[in-house]
Ligand binder design. Structure first.
Ligand SMILES: Nc1ncnc2c1ncn2[C@@H]1O[C@H](COP(=O)(O)OP(=O)(O)O)[C@@H](O)[C@H]1O
Ligand SMILES: [Mg+2]
Length: 326
């Protein structure tokens, strides 16, 4: 497995009236080609800001630290012009709401072929042919007719497929999908997720799948990284992170998932609300909500400790971590 993107100690601060506010606080992960990398965590944990930082799409006034190495080049220190070329060509992003990235007044053809003609220098004919191929690839029925349509003529799921086709137009090596199915109903969601999985395998594409819904990742992601309040609390192969989660926060997320084979089982939500970046607790940010909290949790930020093959976890009171730290 070759690592395509290696993110180390990524930090993002946003400027506020009261000074720079840390939003993402030292996040590290690796993404491999041909794999789905899942980034999980409740709303507000910093997932979207992490993705926007990698793509150079942060709001004005944001400052960043750390590195994100793609093919020996650091996305974080690239100059704007170079990053603009990399974006779309090597890293492309799809968003929760396709209407925010599709132009409502332009035909699908125009929006798809624009990339092909101006970024890849294709002729009109080549671009038209490729546009049909791309729509076929994302399973849009009757692609020739679809090209002549406008976004509002398609359902939410079809619009999401079109957004993915546009993202694929320049053959990126990493596709960042931020809550791509959150606005869709369950059956449509499953179709989009199957599509992402197929693209990943057939095109050796790396997919960074961002979601607050661990259930979405359980079937699809090869590895999962769980964020809480701007930091990674647990990461590793999906089967371990979800099947034998160790961090109290991950366990809380897993316990709050509905179980198809035990539909009558009560869901156990995590008590309390995550703190926003202005009021992030000292030490382990999860400690005020944690059942296993002990005094050290409130003072020092726990480091990520490697606990088994490829899995890391940041909880100082976990017995396994405590024994490894000795
Ligand atoms: N433009 C912004 N200005 C100020 N705070 C922001 C901005 N965008 C996001 N935040 C804050 O950053 C934190 C992380 O946000 P985000 O990355 O969107 O979380 P997630 O995608 O995990 O739900 C949130 O607490 C949010 O309130
Ligand atoms: Mg988000």
């Amino acid at each position: 497995m070759t690592t395509l993107l290696s993110v180390r100690d990524l930090r993002v601060w946003l400027d506020t009236a009261r000074g720079p506010l840390p939003i993402v606080d030292g996040v590290s992960f690796d993404i491999s080609a041909g794999q789905v990398f899942g980034l999980a965590g409740e709303s507000g944990s910093g997932k979207t800001i992490t993705a926007l930082a990698l793509l150079g799409l942060l709001p004005a006034g944001a400052r960043t630290g750390g590195s994100a190495i793609l093919d020996g080049r650091d996305l974080m220190t690239m100059r704007t012009a170079q990053r603009r070329r990399t974006r779309g060509r090597e890293v492309a992003m799809v968003f929760q709401d396709p209407m925010s990235s599709l132009h409502p007044m332009l035909t699908i053809e125009r929006q798809l072929t624009e990339h092909l003609r101006y970024q890849l220098g294709m002729s009109r004919k080549e671009a038209d042919e490729r546009a049909v191929e791309l729509l076929t690839e994302v399973r849009i029925p009757n692609p020739e007719a679809a090209l002549r349509g406008h976004p509002h003529q398609f359902s939410g799921g079809m619009r999401q497929r079109i957004q993915i086709a546009i993202a694929l137009a320049c053959e990126p090596r990493l596709l960042v999908a931020d809550e791509p199915t959150t606005a869709l109903d369950v059956t449509v969601q499953a179709g989009i997720l199957r599509l992402l999985h197929r693209l990943c395998q057939e095109k050796d594409l790396a997919v960074m799948l961002i979601t607050h819904d661990l259930g979405v990742l359980s079937a699809l992601a090869d590895t999962v990284t769980v964020m809480y309040a701007g930091r990674v609390v647990e990461s590793g192969p999906t089967a371990q992170v979800m099947g034998r989660s160790r961090h109290p926060y991950t366990r809380g997320l897993v316990d709050s998932l509905p179980h198809p084979e035990a539909a009558d089982r009560a869901l156990v939500p995590i008590a309390g609300e995550p703190a926003g970046p202005e009021s992030r607790p000292a030490g382990c940010a999860f400690h005020p909500r944690c059942r296993y909290m002990e005094p050290p949790c409130a003072t020092a930020v726990p480091p990520l400790i490697r606990i088994d093959d490829g899995r890391e976890m940041a909880c100082p009171v976990d017995p396994l971590v405590a024994s490894l730290a000795r």
